[in-house]
Design a protein around this ligand. Structure first.
Ligand SMILES: [Mg+2]
Length: 360
């Protein structure tokens, strides 16, 4: 592989690489070229969510940067194991393959950018692993510890996934859809041909305006408020834009007769109940011209068991107890650090979790 197209920033210590392996070398199987960022649906992932780097991270935290780099170089020929975003990224590629079949000329495809603060020495091991798993990741940004925000904007990023919650927060504050991912021992097998994405409603697709009423004034006031404002669409939340681009791609499949077997399926999984507060959620989506394929109103029931049935590649929620509940049952869950729930003290005990669980 030939790495070129190096871009040096004004600071000079961070750069992006594009692996031009397809354009300059003929390969036995023709690989597609990367779409232009302005046409693509860009998903930026950090190396620690694409791959499991727990051992390496521990070395970094306990022994420092020099030992960490030495370990990475010493293990350069060893492959990384898949991380929490791995299956999601593979599923994006499966969707891309089907889009390319239906629309050979279109650049409306997913494009994955590896956004890492790793040192260039680690790049070789990352490239080896990416090639081994046959991931189509042509763009690398090695930010050298700098904020990734500038790069995320330059690539018109539609979703940023990272293990670093501070960077995720920063991205959300800049209006970029983002979520924190965690390595989990137990992960359910997911579809290799259909991408499934599940979203919480309040403070994920929607703003946290109703969640604030619930958290500060209680359930009864929440119901009253939602009834009174049933026909007023909620403001958008940090992940609305991502649902929107998934919908755009879904319509491309529908246009070619693939509605029932569409390779993208979306889900709303909310603690709202259908009867009392669900209609405002549905009416909001409709007012936006968006829909999810399925909408599950759990009325406060735990989300984990339902998600275990859906088997999404990723589930987004703003509340850690839903993330933990989903992860315990094998769902890859990503935390959206946005809204009123982030300001409340974390609930540690089982009892606290139950009393905190919204039965709206
Ligand atoms: Mg929520």
């Amino acid at each position: 592989m030939n790495l070129n197209h190096q871009v040096t920033t004004s600071k000079g210590d961070s750069y992006c690489l594009e692996a031009m392996r397809t354009r300059e070398h003929s390969t036995p199987t023709k690989k597609p070229t990367s779409p232009k960022p302005e046409n693509a649906i860009t998903i930026a992932v950090s190396s620690r969510v694409l791959f499991n780097m727990d051992v390496e991270q521990q070395i970094f935290e306990q022994k420092g940067m020099e030992e960490y780099l030495k370990y990475q170089v010493d293990h350069e020929t060893e492959l990384f194991k898949p991380g929490p975003a791995f299956s999601f990224i593979k599923a994006l590629e499966a969707v891309n393959a089907q889009l390319r079949d239906l629309y050979p000329e279109s650049e409306e495809l997913f494009d994955v950018v590896l956004m890492t603060n790793n040192h260039a020495h680690v790049g070789v091991r990352l490239i080896n692993s990416i090639n081994h798993y046959k991931l189509f990741i042509e763009r690398f940004c090695m930010t050298g510890g700098n904020s990734p925000i500038g790069y995320l904007k330059a690539y018109h990023t539609n979703l940023y996934l990272s293990a670093d919650s501070m960077k995720v927060r920063e991205a959300i504050e800049e209006g970029i859809a983002a979520a924190t991912m965690f390595t989990s021992e137990k992960v359910t097998q997911v579809s290799e041909t259909q991408l499934r994405v599940a979203f919480d409603g309040d403070a994920v697709l929607f703003s946290d305006e109703s969640e604030r009423i619930y958290k500060t004034q209680g359930l009864d006031k929440f119901f009253e408020h939602e009834k009174a404002h049933e026909n007023k669409p909620l403001d958008h939340g940090p992940l609305k834009g991502f649902l929107e681009v998934l919908g755009k791609l879904q319509r491309k499949f529908y246009a070619k007769g693939h509605r029932m077997d569409c390779p993208i399926r979306t889900y709303l999984v909310t603690a709202r109940s259908a009867a009392s507060s669900g209609s405002r959620a549905l009416k909001t989506l409709r007012a936006w011209g968006l829909e999810t394929d399925e909408a599950l109103f759990l009325a406060g029931a735990p989300k984990g068991p339902m998600l275990a049935k859906i088997k999404p590649h990723i589930f987004f929620d703003d509340q850690m107890f839903h993330i933990e509940g989903a992860a315990e049952l094998g769902t890859v869950a990503a935390h959206v650090p946005y809204g009123i729930a982030q300001k409340l003290p974390p609930k540690k005990t089982k009892d606290a979790k139950e009393t905190d669980s919204p039965s709206k």
